[in-house]
Design a binder for this molecule. Structure first.
Ligand SMILES: Cc1cc2nc3c(=O)[nH]c(=O)nc-3n(C[C@H](O)[C@H](O)[C@H](O)COP(=O)(O)O)c2cc1C
Length: 178
């Protein structure tokens, strides 16, 4: 099975970034399976003392899901000039494993702020480099998405935005197929 693990950096209800994830999942080619990660809020705080077998249950589950995926896809807000602590925490748990090594990475940054949450995505790239992940340039894109364009079902319906997200997904999937 070829699957894409999709991770929103936001845990709040009505999240723009979670809407990006849900929309991207819908737009994946039919032969790809989207797996939306929903455990972000439940991960324990990273602790090197716990980063050994037996791993905390939620961490073992995360690493298994990463290991079973063919690529990872992110969308994250910026809080106070950086990625949310919850997402950094998730990434810290990945450094001790080898599951991400060489895996294609994509993201859609939906920030509409003037600085486009640039610090967050620059640091996402840096943190992922510690796991030898493979960010795919054409799959790592800024697509400003106002909250008003998210439907009640949590999906973005705007055609131009869907097309931009779709292009990112196609680039990510192409890297999987190489
Ligand atoms: C406490 C707090 C701090 C924020 N700091 C930033 C920031 O530094 N840069 C930025 O671009 N947006 C910032 N924002 C705006 C959020 O990134 C924005 O609301 C985003 O859409 C939230 O994503 P979500 O709807 O997926 O949770 C901040 C929001 C909150 C609540």
């Amino acid at each position: 099975m070829v699957s894409i693990l999709m991770i929103s950096g936001s845990v709040r209800r009505g999240s723009v970034n979670s809407a990006v994830i849900a929309t991207a999942a819908e737009l994946l080619p039919a032969d790809m399976t989207p797996v939306i990660y929903s455990g972000l809020a439940d991960l324990p705080h990273f602790n090197p003392d716990l980063d050994r077998e037996p791993l905390p249950h939620k961490v073992a589950e995360l690493r298994r899901m990463i290991g079973e995926s063919s690529a990872l896809f992110f969308s994250s807000p910026e809080y106070a000039g950086a990625m949310p602590g919850a997402l950094k925490n998730l990434l810290e748990w990945t450094v001790g494993g080898t599951e991400i090594t060489n895996k294609p990475i994509g993201w859609v940054n939906p920030s509409t702020m003037p600085n486009r949450a640039a610090e967050t995505y620059a640091s996402l790239r840096i943190v992922l480099s510690y796991t030898d992940a493979n960010p795919v340039d054409q799959a790592c894109v800024d697509v400003p998405i106002p909250r008003s364009l998210i439907g009640e079902d949590g999906i973005v319906r705007d055609e131009a935005i869907r097309s931009a997200i779709s292009h990112a997904m196609i680039a990510l999937v192409s890297a999987v197929r190489l």
